[in-house]
Design a protein around this ligand. Structure first.
Ligand code: ARG
Length: 462
């Protein structure tokens, strides 16, 4: 059944029908399409377009259509251009011309905008749940490895000792920002477009606020021309997904490095690892590599969407149909990745001995040595220079800073004394950094407690 055709003297070309049909991918909007149609039928009854009996039979027919779509018995017809056409076609099949009346005062333009808003809102909620689950997993991992010290890096060069828990928590904080972005996208989608008609607003005196409430929106769109052409909420959702993916990708890269023989810090459970068809010894972190790879795909979805929007004249244009596959693909990818990262992270074990090796014997507390000299009266630039000289001395003598004797140090600077070795031990270095947000065990423990509190507030409030 076509929703148009009266003014045409020819049927559309078969190739064109195939090219323009969206039902193959927008069928997944059906629960929202039915919800919106039900609400619109209620509004039509309120303004007298539908009799009580018509509205009742439309309601019952919508139940039947929903059941068929739920259990897979719904038969799509070749003429179903999109899910909206398919639902209306079936309504008419079930109850006759009264089924078509539900289209009165409504266009597919405000209808698809409404369906998409509801879909995006649910998608943001589901993604937030996925993010929180991963945060909880990282917090557990941080809590159970609270004593483990590793080498922190800048420029991928050993920099200063940090707690592994501190490193894991950094991802919890990145994800906290993702939750804000998801909430923001949800907020952008939280406005009812129904009642906008094709572009100029419906001519029926429907109570839009009532409709909004029935569909869970807290307000109604204020400009019908904007409402039918707006997909900013879709881009905002995919931007939030891209941000999640970028953080998952960074976490994946970190895990891949930690699991390498070169780092040797972490081991992934066999159930989340793959082998090589050629090299019998290989144990590869393919899951994390796929997550890193899928990040490119989700960012690509975002670029695609933004580019579709660029240069669209007012108001609805068919280009907007391209929003769906991009959004669905980004959403499916992010949900799959959140699940895989959470489940595989939960199986990771860390090697305490190897972690200790990475912080002993080198120069990882050189900054502490400079700070020590500052505590003994040197200004920092001078302390930095002198420490650099000591490092250079060690490099040429093939030893680490802690292997220098006090005598050797004093040859370079008088600003050192007996206490220096204790001061620049890895433990002391970590413990001194008790500033809020620092890597000292107490500071990290309060970060964990705070993050746990936030998480239980959010989960409790969901
Ligand atoms: N499948 C269309 C879309 O996704 C539905 C709206 C069609 N509207 C129209 N005027 N052709 O955008």
């Amino acid at each position: 059944m076509k929703m148009w055709g009266g003014r045409f003297s020819k049927e559309p070309d078969g190739g064109f029908i195939e090219f323009s049909s969206s039902v193959g991918f927008d069928a997944r909007l059906y629960p929202y399409d039915i919800l919106c149609t039900r609400a619109w039928a209620g509004a039509l009854k309120d303004v007298g377009v539908l009799s009580a009996q018509e509205s009742e039979s439309i309601g019952a027919a919508l139940d039947e259509v929903e059941k068929e779509l739920d259990d897979g018995s719904f038969e799509f017809a070749p003429s179903d251009e999109d899910i909206h056409t398919a639902v209306e076609r079936r309504l008419v099949e079930l109850i006759g011309p009264a089924g078509g009346k539900v289209r009165t005062g409504r266009s597919r333009n405000d209808q698809v905008a409404c369906d998409m808003r509801l879909f995006v809102r649910d998608a943001c909620r589901l993604a937030s749940e996925g993010v929180r689950k991963l945060q909880a997993c990282l917090l557990d991992l941080a809590g159970s490895n609270i004593d483990l010290v590793i080498a922190g890096h800048t420029h991928l060069q050993r920099a200063q000792p940090v707690l592994l828990a501190h490193a894991l928590l950094s991802f919890v904080h990145m994800m906290e920002r993702d939750l804000n972005l998801l909430a923001c996208a949800d907020g952008m989608a939280d406005s009812l477009p129904l009642g906008s008609g094709a572009l100029a607003g419906t001519g029926l005196p429907v109570d839009r606020m009532n409709l909004a409430e029935a569909l869970g929106f807290s307000g109604v769109s204020q400009n019908s021309m904007d409402a039918v052409g707006d997909r900013d909420f879709v881009s905002a959702g995919v931007y939030a997904f891209s941000s999640i993916m970028i953080h998952l990708s960074r976490l994946s890269e970190q895990v891949i490095l930690w699991c390498s023989e070169e780092f040797g810090l972490a081991t992934l459970d066999d159930s989340w690892s793959t082998g090589s068809s050629l090299m019998p010894q290989k144990k590869n972190p393919d899951g994390f590599e796929l997550v890193r790879g899928k990040t490119g795909r989700v960012v690509g979805d975002l670029m695609g969407l933004l580019t579709v929007m660029k240069g669209l004249p007012l108001t609805y244009n068919r280009d907007l149909q391209e929003d769906k596959e991009a959004f669905f693909d980004a959403f499916d990818s992010v949900m799959g990745c959140l699940n895989v990262v959470e489940r595989s992270m939960a199986t990771i074990s860390f090697d305490a001995e190897r972690a200790a090796e990475t912080v002993e014997g080198g120069f990882i507390t050189a900054t502490d040595l400079a700070d020590y000299m500052v505590s003994r009266g040197l200004d920092f630039p001078e302390a930095h220079r002198v420490t650099g000289e000591m490092v250079s001395y060690c490099v040429s003598h093939g030893k680490g800073l802690s292997e220098m004797t006090l005598g050797e140090m004093k040859e370079i600077s008088q600003a050192v004394d007996d206490g220096v070795m204790d001061w620049m031990s890895v433990r002391a270095s970590i413990e001194r950094r008790s500033v809020a947000g620092g890597t000292a065990p107490d500071a990290v423990a309060s970060q964990i407690a705070e993050a746990r509190r936030k998480l239980s507030d959010q989960v409790g409030g969901m």
